[in-house]
Design a protein. Sequence first.
Length: 209
Amino acid sequence: MLKTFIEIAHNNGKNMMLYMGPYIFLLTSDPAVIKDVTASKQCIDKPAPVYDGFSNALSRGLITLQGDHWSRDRKIMNPAFKVKNILTFIPIFNRKANALIECIDEDIESGRKTLLLHFLREMTLNISSETIIGRQFDETEHDIKLYSQRCTLAMEYICELSTNFIYLNGFVRDIAKKTIFKESSEMIDILHSVIVEVSKLKHVHILRN
């Protein structure tokens, strides 16, 4: 997909209008335009067709909020991105990177030839779990390989609902959730419940202190 967009930009210039079905988008690869959009306090509304798909997959949340609602709730995350907080993650990154190298070495020596993508997928999930919700997969009963596979299915499900506009039809979407996307939607529900549980525990911890 990225290669296709590069070819389109090369042939048509840095700024162009792109149709996705009946919807029209401004597609830009101009750094100046991108900077103006991302730095603007006015450009906080998200394209409805795509983000309607996100909302249908993920329900209401920071990813799917629009305008002033997003701007207000986004500030809640600011403390997490302070440099001093991010620096505390470096030991986790180093530990996971070393574990990744060990896993790859072991795989090569055993002759299994596992796809590198699978190792990176598991490491990403491990790091996200420990830094965002404070849980270590290797210290629980959960199978990291199985969870990473299910998370991949969940991401494919989100992409499908966001790019295939047939799923804007609620009837079609409900049937798909109960059939071809059953496992994916269940995984999103599991992740949502874990995040809610951890958020409540952290809230209680803050109140007690």
